[in-house]
Design a protein around this ligand. Structure first.
Ligand SMILES: [Zn+2]
Ligand SMILES: [Zn+2]
Length: 444
């Protein structure tokens, strides 16, 4: 072990041994600081080697490197920051490395700044933090990492405490993975801002008791730091980009509707999200979205989507669209359903309703005739939903007559339309002849 270090490679070997000997689970803060002091004693090349190793997969664990780098101050912090910047220049980093590097860099700059203040030049690309498509790519990569690597990616973000990074944590939470949830629940105590509340609210609803307990502890910690937590259950993350269009399909015979919201501060960068709500089973059935659309792209997407569904899109007011999606989410949670992970990333593009409103459909519909709760099987066996009214399979099998001409109808052989009648109190059927130009699309 006393082999004389010859130049840079000797330094490299000593850094590797230092990192290899560090046991983060057992080490006290003082021990980590002592290891960092040893590292600094190895000079600029030693610090640079640590940084390079941390950036390469398979090098010393990022978590250990982040812990050591977190102890650096003054000149040594500047050495590390310069090396990270150099690495950012010489090779492209994938999104996970980018996040890691930016978070570490920000902290190093602060640590170095008592000697040489300078403006940060390396803010994390806006593209990553504000673009759902980029965020979903990042999530895919993050999800593919083993648990220990995921923790190493999260560690510098959680130590950073910068509210801008909350978006990334929100995306990580969408995976609904207890180890990730647990780390974030603990780390949120560093984010002394109301913007952390929507994430804590999400964590307080998780099925894992340890995660909920940790989230409660972090909430207490934030309150002690002066964050007003009374808004916990109204605070939500919502895009502040102006809304450029809100659309919906008319409810289908199974009650499903697609709700679409487009937002964008310029006509060249629009995001579009579509949520299909299902009032009988899932609550939130499917979610998809796109970013970076032009106004022409948007029009094209809207018409091709409507075409694919064989449906027409109607304009909807924003509050009703938001209320539909919020009700669908509530319904899913009440039924113990896991929300689609993409929904958790896209929902801030929808936003929350600002005023109570009457929805065009009812979540958890009951048969308007016998009062039985509808299930998915009812729809398959002849039950029907028409706006706020519904018929179960059993009642739907009874004879019906045309509401308009009183002609008996056979729902199997005649073309029959169902519509909501009497303010949602019953389902009415209309024959094809009477329906000419009179059915307003309230389900077939
Ligand atoms: Zn019934
Ligand atoms: Zn008729």
């Amino acid at each position: 072990m006393n082999k004389p270090g010859n130049g840079a490679s000797g330094t490299a070997g000593r850094v590797d041994a230092l990192v290899g000997g560090l046991d983060l689970d057992g080490a006290t803060g003082d021990e980590v600081a002592a290891a960092a002091a040893e590292l600094v004693a190895l000079g600029r090349e030693g610090v640079a080697h640590l940084v390079r190793g941390a950036l390469w997969r398979g090098g010393p664990g990022r978590e250990k490197a982040a812990a050591l780098l977190g102890c650096l101050a003054g000149e040594a912090a500047r050495w590390a920051a310069r090396e990270i910047e150099r690495q950012l220049d010489v090779r492209p980093l994938n999104p996970t490395e980018q996040v890691w590097a930016s978070a570490v860099l920000r902290r190093l700059d602060e640590a170095a700044s008592d000697q040489e203040p300078r403006a940060p030049q390396h803010a994390l690309a806006d593209d990553l933090l504000e673009d759902e498509t980029e965020l979903l790519l990042w999530r895919e990569e993050f999800a593919s990492l083993p648990h220990s690597e995921q923790q190493a990616v999260l560690a510098p973000i959680l130590q950073d405490g910068d509210p801008a990074l909350l978006r990334l944590l929100e995306v990580a939470l969408s995976l609904q993975s207890p180890p990730v949830d647990g780390a974030i629940a603990a780390g949120l105590s560093r984010f002394a801002t109301q913007e952390a509340l929507p994430l804590l609210r999400e964590l307080l609803r998780r099925p894992d008791a340890a995660v909920r307990k940790q989230a409660r502890a972090s909430l207490d910690a934030l309150e002690r730091q002066g964050v007003d937590a009374r808004d916990l259950f109204v605070a939500v993350g919502e895009s502040d980009e102006p809304v450029r269009g809100v659309f919906a399909t008319v409810p289908e015979g199974d009650g499903r509707m697609a709700v679409l919201v487009a937002r964008g501060s310029t006509a060249a960068r629009i995001r579009l999200v579509a949520v299909v709500v299902d009032p009988v089973e899932a609550g939130i059935a499917t979610v998809w979205g796109e970013t970076g659309l032009t106004e022409a792209d948007l029009q094209h997407r809207l018409s091709s989507y409507a075409g694919k569904l064989g449906q027409r899109l109607v304009r909807l007011d924003l509050n009703t669209a938001q209320a539909l999606v919020a009700a669908a989410e509530r319904y899913a949670i009440e039924r113990g359903r896991t929300l689609p992970s993409d929904y958790l990333v896209w929902r801030r593009c929808i936003g929350r309703p600002k005023a109570p409103t009457r929805l065009p459909i009812v979540f958890g519909p009951v048969c308007s005739r016998c009062g039985a709760r509808l299930r998915g099987g009812d729809i398959l066996r002849g039950g029907v939903i028409a706006g706020r009214a519904a018929l179960c399979a059993r009642c739907g099998a009874e004879p019906v007559v045309c509401e308009s001409c009183a002609r008996p109808l056979d729902r199997h052989t005649d073309e029959v339309f169902a519509r909501e009648g009497a303010d949602g109190a019953k389902v009415e059927f209309i024959c094809a002849r009477c329906s000419q130009g009179r059915v307003s699309g309230a389900g077939r």
